[in-house]
Design a protein around this ligand. Structure first.
Ligand code: HEM
Length: 493
């Protein structure tokens, strides 16, 4: 057994950091051509073994936490931000209990209550934010522009805090909370991942912001414990009731730190996805019009006015659902999922190239990296992979039959993932929310937030843009490069 092939590089320590950092997907596709699906590259002294394709995703994301470990890979990035005793600062089984607690706060009952609040926040935003001055003028012939990323970041934090985070955080957004948030966020970058601690102002501000943010939540919890305020639908309320298997309740710090983790987990992922969705709709007015007609069809009341959405209905709108799915196919916010290798792990070389015999050993001390983004944009899997085509998900003959070309296994046999299985198992070419034990638990909330956002915007305005910007990979979460101004005009008033 041998090590997987190492990607050729000129500079010893730096390795492939530049190519990977500038355009990871292009780098992976190029390496795949030369080395197959499994290869190792050097990233500033670290050895990172990549396993591509559905089988590669399965190998890494389906791995046991005792060999492919998430906390060893992430803790130096996340613990200074989230704080102690939660997520990657605790052993995996403790974090798994914490994930279960968070799920309670994301119950269907809670989600149902959120739709109206989200809609309300967005409408208020359109009415008052300076980005939408033209909209506020009530003139349907006047075009204006807005920076979609800026707007989406604001709307995402407003809607998340109104719902999950609770009313105290929503109120704090107009005050100091927003400032702590920005300082924390500036500590959540690829540089922080590569260099856990540098004597730089941004690191000091991150650490100071964590303390203030944590105290902010602890204060809320203390006040709630003292009073009789009724907050039954938010996450703090849910967490205050959760007990570990040994019967211990979560303490105030743990709740505060989990709240920070949720804030960070949902903010850029959702706001990036919302930005990409609006950009594609602006570039594809026909799809936007079909989406608008879908809203008209489902929601026009007897009085001719459009009524509010409900949680149940959101999931049954075929075009809306496809728009979100397709956006996440082309622009999954997380391009690299990492684990630290705690023990030597064999991997069949056939995973890499069908003709190769034997096994590779991924050595202890390496990192492994899964990139569902690669299989999600692989032209051998998807017809017209580079085209944003939400209708591929509505194909009456099923995704597998037409739009979604079936994946071939090593013997050239077709693997039928079927429509329903597309995002379920660990071996799938479509995994924007990851897979296995670290899979996302925010998917339902994200769909709700994004579905409500897109519906509300499409009901309110028409949008145009000449072309959708390229990916910017220099941020932790894949964002559209500037300029990203969308032209819009109001539909009605
Ligand atoms: C995990 C994507 C929104 C909370 C993940 C993972 C991915 C992902 C790929 C797996 C990470 C890994 O295996 O290392 C997304 C996308 C979102 C989104 C695309 C929106 C479009 C959210 C939201 C929340 C959230 C809104 C909170 C309400 C979490 C949590 C985990 C997770 C708690 C588990 C981390 C672990 O087990 O290690 N997400 N996420 N996510 N996400 Fe999300």
């Amino acid at each position: 057994a041998t090590d997987p092939p190492t990607v050729f590089h000129w500079l010893p320590i730096i390795g492939s950091a530049i190519q990977y950092g500038n355009d990871p997907l292009n780098f992976f596709f190029e390496c795949q051509k030369k080395y197959g699906d499994v290869f190792t590259f050097i990233l500033l002294g670290r050895r990172v073994t990549v396993a591509l394709g559905p089988k590669g995703n399965n190998f890494i994301l389906g791995g046991k936490s005792t060999v492919f470990n998430a906390e060893d890979a992430y803790t130096h990035l996340t613990t200074p931000i989230f704080g102690k005793d939660v997520v990657y600062d605790v052993p995996n089984d403790v974090f798994m209990e914490q994930k279960r607690f968070v799920k309670v706060g994301l119950s269907t009952d809670n989600l149902r209550a959120y739709v109206g609040m989200i809609e309300d926040e967005i409408e208020e935003f359109l009415k008052h934010d300076p980005s939408f001055r033209t909209y506020q003028m009530n003139d349907i012939n006047e075009w204006g522009t807005f920076d979609v990323v800026k707007v989406m970041q604001e709307i995402t934090i407003l809607t998340a805090s109104r719902t999950l985070q609770g009313k105290e955080v929503r109120e704090g957004l107009n005050k100091s909370f927003a400032e702590y948030y920005n300082d924390l966020d500036n500590g959540f970058t690829p540089i922080n991942f590569l260099f856990p601690n540098l004597p730089l102002p941004s690191y000091r501000r991150r650490d100071a912001a964590h303390v203030k943010m944590s105290n902010f939540y602890v204060d809320i919890i203390k006040k709630r414990r003292a009073g009789h305020d009724d907050h039954e639908h938010d996450m703090i309320a849910a967490l205050m009731q959760q007990k570990y298997r040994n019967g211990r309740l979560l303490n105030d710090k743990e709740i505060a730190h989990i709240m920070i983790a949720i804030l960070m987990a949902g903010q850029h992922t959702s706001s990036a996805t919302g930005s990409w969705a609006l950009l594609h709709l602006a570039a594809n007015p026909k799809v936007a019009e079909a989406l608008y007609q879908e809203q008209v069809k489902y929601f026009t009341g007897p009085d001719g006015k459009m009524r509010p959405l409900t949680h149940e209905e959101l999931r049954t709108l075929p075009i809306l659902d496809s728009v979100i799915r397709e956006t996440l196919r082309m622009h999954p916010p997380i391009h690299s999922i990492m684990r630290y290798v705690r023990d030597d792990v064999p991997v069949p070389a056939t995973l890499s190239a069908p003709s190769k015999d034997g096994i590779y050993i991924v050595p202890k001390g390496n990192y492994v990296l899964a990139s569902p983004a690669v299989s999600q944009s692989d032209p051998t899997v998807w017809k017209d992979a580079e085209k944003w085509d939400p209708y591929r998900w509505n194909d009456s003959e099923g995704v597998a039959a037409q739009a979604f070309k079936m994946y071939l296994d090593e013997n050239g046999e077709k693997i039928d993932y079927g429509f329903g299985a597309v995002s379920k198992g660990t071996e799938s070419p479509y995994q924007p929310f990851g897979a296995g034990k670290h899979r996302c638990i925010g998917e339902q909330f994200a769909y709700l937030q994004l579905g409500t956002l897109i519906s509300t915007v499409v009901r309110s305005m028409e949008m145009r843009i000449d072309r959708v910007p390229d990916h910017n990979y220099h941020t932790m979460i894949t964002m559209p490069k500037a300029p990203r101004d969308i032209s819009y005009r109001r539909r009605h008033f």
